[in-house]
Design a protein around this ligand. Structure first.
Ligand code: HEC
Length: 361
């Protein structure tokens, strides 16, 4: 007899007998009599339970990521199983794991449904073996102990699903895909790091809708943001993808620290007092692709410094103190770099307009 044939129910919950069976197969007793105090040792999470989840559930229930075809895949049913806190939080339908209550835990119950039940998990492929469901049942009955495993961390307040800026059903934009790739295995920002940002007056835009990567600026009180104030960003350093420091009081002293932000892709230093030579400090920034230097007072040292930024793709240098001839030198020194030298005008593709530059600066 299999568990499938033992239940004729088409409801979401498996019959009690199927659960009891799972427990009996495991050498246990009826579910309601099992507890953490039972003599049978609980299955070890890391070596017995996690491998089942990894092999059969993670494919659809883990952190948002780009798949091989370039689509952003979000966890199905809003449920992530790749971290202790996520497992205990549950999915769109609420809790899925009730420690001590295998009967009431959808995490197990969904794997025991009839073969033709649309709610059966895993949604695809073979159903879990009796041995696997028995391990899950015994583990939950024993109080779902995780040992020292925590997996991916979870922030206290995840955003509402509707706040996600893009939809898993549509192909994600190239920018979203690059951001998702940049985020990698990153966990959501820690609540205390987020609080420090907000306390410092930062406005933080959640770029992927999952609290992992942010665009941060200080609208309204840029003048209070100096090199020292940037220390409030330290706790969030892993999570900063875009930083708007335009019109702030930061200068060259801030640049080495900014260069150590591992995921900083876009940096706006417009109308700050950074110098051409100071920009050299950005050479070690691992992810920097866009740099905005509009309205700065750069000198010729900026040319070599900018040409040496390895990842840089676009630099905005309108009214940066650099002459048109210096911009041409930069273009020649760094052909892969898009040098934008005029406001709102895309850089001309042909040489013609440059040969006759407008004499307004
Ligand atoms: C091929 C994709 C896929 C796999 C693999 C998969 N699931 Fe799911 N799961 C889904 C989809 C889609 C939903 C949302 C629709 C639904 O509720 O049926 C879902 C929803 C769920 C829910 C309900 C979440 C909620 O709050 O509504 C649970 C519990 C669940 N899955 C458990 C599991 C377990 C346990 C495994 C591994 C044994 C697993 N799933 C493997 C696709 C999958």
């Amino acid at each position: 007899m299999t568990m499938r044939s033992s239940s004729r129910s088409t409801s979401r919950s498996p019959s009690r007998s199927s659960l009891a069976l799972a427990l009996l197969l495991a050498g246990g007793t009826a579910p309601q009599r099992l507890s953490a105090q039972e003599t049978t040792p609980a299955p070890d999470f890391r070596t017995e339970v996690l491998p089942i989840l990894e092999a059969r559930c993670f494919e659809c229930h883990q952190a948002p990521r780009a798949d091989a075809r370039g689509r952003l895949r979000k966890p199905k049913g809003g449920l992530r199983l790749d971290g202790r806190d996520w497992l205990l939080h549950g999915g769109d339908g609420g809790a899925v794991l009730l420690p001590g209550d295998p009967d009431g835990s959808p995490l197990l119950a969904r794997t025991l449904l009839d073969a033709d039940d649309p709610d059966l998990m895993p949604e695809r492929g073979e159903r879990l073996s009796d041995a696997q469901t028995a391990i899950l049942a015994r583990w939950i009955a024993a109080g779902a102990p995780f040992g020292d495993w925590t997996g991916a961390a979870r922030d206290a307040e995840p955003p509402a699903a509707s706040s996600a800026p893009f939809d898993a059903a549509r192909p994600a934009s190239p920018r979203a895909l690059r951001l998702a790739a940049l985020a990698g295995e990153l966990s959501p920002i820690a609540p205390d790091a987020m609080k420090r940002l907000v306390d410092a007056g930062a406005h933080a835009d959640d770029l992927l809708g999952d609290r992992r990567l942010f665009a941060v600026g200080f609208p309204g009180h840029q003048d209070q943001i100096d090199d020292r104030a940037l220390r409030s960003l330290e706790g969030a350093r892993e999570h900063l993808a875009e930083l708007d420091l335009a019109r702030t009081a930061v200068g060259d002293a801030a640049l080495p620290g900014l260069a150590r932000l591992p995921r900083l892709v876009r940096l706006d230093l417009s109308a700050t007092r950074v110098s051409g030579a100071g920009l050299r400090a950005l050479a070690t920034a691992p992810a920097l692709r866009v740099l905005v230097l509009v309205g700065t007072r750069l000198d010729g040292a900026a040319i070599d410094a900018l040409a040496a930024l390895p990842q840089l793709e676009t630099v905005y240098l309108w009214r940066s103190g650099l002459e048109e001839a210096q911009l041409a030198t930069l273009r020649a020194a760094a052909p892969r770099l898009t040098v934008v030298g005029a406001p709102a005008l895309p850089e001309p593709e042909s040489e013609a307009p440059r040969a006759n530059p407008r004499r307004r600066r």
